[in-house]
Design a protein around this ligand. Structure first.
Ligand SMILES: Nc1ncnc2c1ncn2[C@@H]1O[C@H](COP(=O)(O)OP(=O)(O)OP(=O)(O)O)[C@@H](O)[C@H]1O
Ligand SMILES: [Mg+2]
Length: 247
């Protein structure tokens, strides 16, 4: 469902070149949650932005449902739901207006959009917020609206960049339960998070990214066998010592 092949991205920052993503390849199938994990600056957000077409790779390609992002950006956008920390909500719209606006952008019919809005409002406890302007939302409320926005067109692929950031324990649990539900519906999901305990419980397979390259990939059992570490936290401690971490 998602294929990334030798994808590479360089940035110029402060007069120096940063190799943010370095010939990275992996694939995620239907009904699978892939945990893209790594320390700050490892290249997780850059990878996710290239999959959805917000950044153009310098080399390699990303494909969603057989569509190459560089060649068929509209087909890819129609099939992807993105939740990203940098994704703003539109401050001057109410939550309801914004969700219906995005449904319209994605070509969802008015009737289907209203139905979906009802479902998502219940799921993410947005009912009491629907008529509130987005500028007035708290961090966690805003994140729940962002999640609903990403799912309003029922995409088969969902990319979640730190989806539980800013959420309280109950809010985080709603997200986790919903990710499981999406997986059971056969969607392909990539989750990037620093909450490694959550990732351990949620993801079927992991890619441990460091300086734009996959250090290890596999199920938790496979990673344990390959690394000799029992938990993701232990793996992070042993691979990503501060001296090795990109700044
Ligand atoms: N627009 C940009 N211009 C210059 N450098 C960038 C840009 N975006 C990202 N970078 C650099 O690319 C590298 C990877 O950044 P990225 O945001 O993908 O990391 P990340 O794994 O998502 O980290 P975090 O866990 O902190 O979110 C970092 O060194 C970052 O400074
Ligand atoms: Mg990031």
């Amino acid at each position: 469902m998602i294929t990334i092949h030798e994808i590479t991205k360089r940035f110029w920052a402060g007069g120096a070149q940063v190799l943010a993503v370095d010939h990275l390849s992996f694939a995620v199938g239907r009904g699978e949650v892939y945990g893209l994990l790594g320390p700050n600056g490892a290249g997780k957000t850059t990878t996710i932005r290239m999959i959805v077409g917000l950044l153009r790779p310098d080399a390699g390609y990303a494909e969603v449902a057989g569509y190459r992002t560089s060649q068929s950006p509209d087909e890819v956008k129609a099939r992807v739901g993105l939740v990203s920390a940098n994704d703003g909500v539109y401050p001057w719209l109410t939550v309801r207006e914004m969700l219906l606006f995005f449904a319209d952008l994605y070509g969802v019919s008015t009737v289907a959009a209203r139905d979906k809005l009802e479902t998502l409002a219940d799921l993410f406890q947005l009912r009491s917020l629907l008529h509130r302007r987005c500028s007035l939302l708290s961090t966690g409320q805003r994140q729940r609206v962002t999640l609903a926005r990403a799912l309003i067109h029922s995409p088969p692929v969902v990319l979640l960049d730190e989806p539980t950031r800013g959420l309280d324990v109950l809010g985080s649990q709603v997200v986790i339960d919903y990710v499981r539900q999406l997986r059971d519906e056969g969607k392909a999901l990539i989750v990037s998070t620093h909450r490694l305990d959550e990732a351990e419980r949620l993801c079927d397979r992991f890619g441990l990214l460091h300086q734009g390259q996959l250090r290890h990939e596999g199920t938790l059992e496979e990673l344990r066998a390959a690394t000799g570490c029992n938990t993701l936290v232990d793996m992070f401690r042993s691979f990503f010592q501060p001296a090795q971490v990109a700044t």
